[in-house]
Write a protein that binds this ligand. Structure first.
Ligand code: ADP
Ligand code: MG
Length: 307
């Protein structure tokens, strides 16, 4: 697959302001994002995700590096590179006096979409705002405003849709509606880039994930490989009563859970489960049942962004 986005040596330093010192928000990002993917950009607060997205959107000027969108270098072909991408920003920024329909028309005008190529009514239907098409934006609920932001990002039918924390603080219904739309757009060929705080969501939605920390990419992998990278595993053992613990192999952590089962956590690269079970059986433990729990993306995330 050709790349939807190519980022090389991307740096951003926010200038000092008043008492706030200068801030190196991006410290040399190299990243390519393939066409057609749903790509997750994860990282703790302040990692630099929005800065990177806002540079892609042309809203923030980079300090150094190259950004190419759908094959168009941002500095060489700013108009084409901007036309290839639509961004749903993290902040709710709207003009309170425009109706959803007017907002979409204004946005289409900004992108130079001719009247005959506008799809305002379809977009309103897509995000479920047909009934509110002519209402004042300030009369819309928070969820409706977010849906309008999604529609605005799509007026010029971009190849790439970027969603910056689209589900932070939104209710379940809206979240499901968003993901349904995102999947459908992706099936129709749109490349999707999203940041989210909900790791479970990234696990379910994204083909590939890059984790950013302190302005640098710490890992970039297919979601499946990233999950495979989780090293810690837990055996949950049901026994009779609460027998004394025999000595267990080194670096194994055992603790009783509230339900009377013993949870044994170990590094699955260093140890096999049978070593633990053998140790317990050798001490005369009856083993009624064993369940195993895999580490999830959250564990990977924490181990990569710790410290
Ligand atoms: P994220 O989206 O991952 O939470 P941001 O890109 O918003 O991270 O922020 C990265 C760093 O840059 C943070 O330390 C933040 O305080 C700083 N920062 C973001 N925007 C500005 C700005 N306009 N001026 C100065 N510093 C900023
Ligand atoms: Mg952000």
């Amino acid at each position: 697959m050709p790349d939807a986005i190519q980022i090389t040596g991307l740096r951003k330093t926010y200038a000092a302001q008043g008492n706030a010192p200068a801030k190196d928000a991006l410290k040399g990002i190299d990243l390519t994002i393939p066409q057609g993917s749903i790509f997750g950009l994860l990282g703790p607060n302040g990692a630099g995700k929005s800065t990177m997205i806002n540079i892609l959107a042309g809203l923030v000027n980079k300090t150094a590096g190259r950004v190419s969108i759908w094959g168009f270098d941002q500095d060489v072909n700013p108009r084409q590179s901007r036309a290839a991408i639509g961004v749903m920003p993290q902040e709710l920024n709207m003009d309170p006096f425009f109706s959803p329909r007017a907002s979409l028309e204004v946005q289409a005008g900004l992108y130079g979409v001719p009247k005959s190529e506008r799809w305002t009514d379809e977009l309103l239907a897509l995000v479920g705002l047909t009934d509110q098409a002519n209402a004042y934006a300030r009369a819309l609920s928070g969820g409706m405003k977010r849906r309008l932001l999604l529609a605005k990002a799509l007026v010029h039918r971009p190849h790439i849709l970027v969603l910056d924390e689209p589900t932070a603080g939104v209710d379940i219904t809206l979240r499901e509606m968003l993901w349904k739309n995102v999947r459908r757009l992706n099936e129709q060929g749109m490349t999707i880039i999203l940041t989210t705080h909900y790791l479970e969501e990234a696990e379910q939605m994204c083909d590939e994930i890059a984790i950013i920390n302190h302005g640098q990419v710490v890992v970039r992998k297919p979601t499946r490989d990233l999950l495979g990278q989780a090293e810690s595993k837990t055996l949950v053992i049901e026994t009779e009563g609460r027998p004394a613990l025999p000595p267990l192999p080194q670096d194994v952590r055992a603790e009783w859970r509230g339900d009377g089962r013993l949870a044994v956590t170990y590094n699955r690269r260093a140890l096999r489960a049978d070593r633990i079970l053998d140790a317990l059986r050798g001490a005369g433990w009856p083993i009624i049942d064993v369940a195993s729990e895999q580490a999830d993306l959250e564990d990977v995330f924490l181990s990569l962004t710790r410290g």
